[in-house]
Ligand binder design. Structure first.
Ligand code: AMP
Length: 112
């Protein structure tokens, strides 16, 4: 999608600190980290959000597995959190599906 910032990152038009990439997805460091490790796992296909992924069940599974592999590769053996924000109440700011992988410290027990 033309003016989607994550599509531009995927195409290499905007720089990112890539930690993993394959034919389906890319993982890169969040520019405004909320934990010592904060990586975004993003499908290369433009899907607006989890709510719009009805036709993408296989891709969703791949993204979840990629989160686990990325977490392992970054040494998050003590645990981590995977989050996806959806829509206005979910505070989604980039309208391209992405999973946040947060770790590197004991995270807050509260999620809201
Ligand atoms: P969300 O609020 O769930 O839509 O998350 C969007 C995330 O994208 C935020 O955590 C931002 O810090 C992050 N972000 C925005 N622009 C960039 C960028 N150019 N490179 C890396 N992360 C970004």
């Amino acid at each position: 999608m033309e003016d989607c910032i994550f599509c531009k990152i995927i195409k290499g038009e905007i720089p990112s600190k890539t930690v993993y990439e394959d034919e389906d997805c890319k993982a890169f460091c969040d520019v405004n980290p909320q934990a010592p490790v904060h990586v975004l796992v993003v499908p290369k296909k433009h899907v607006q959000s989890l709510a719009k992924a009805a036709d993408d069940e296989k891709l969703l599974g791949k993204l979840m597995r990629t989160c686990a592999l990325v977490a392992e590769s970054l040494g998050l053996a003590d645990g981590y959190r995977v989050v996806t924000n959806v829509g206005e109440n979910g505070c989604q700011s980039v309208l391209h599906l992405h999973l946040h992988v947060l770790g590197g410290k004991k995270l807050s027990e509260r999620m809201s």
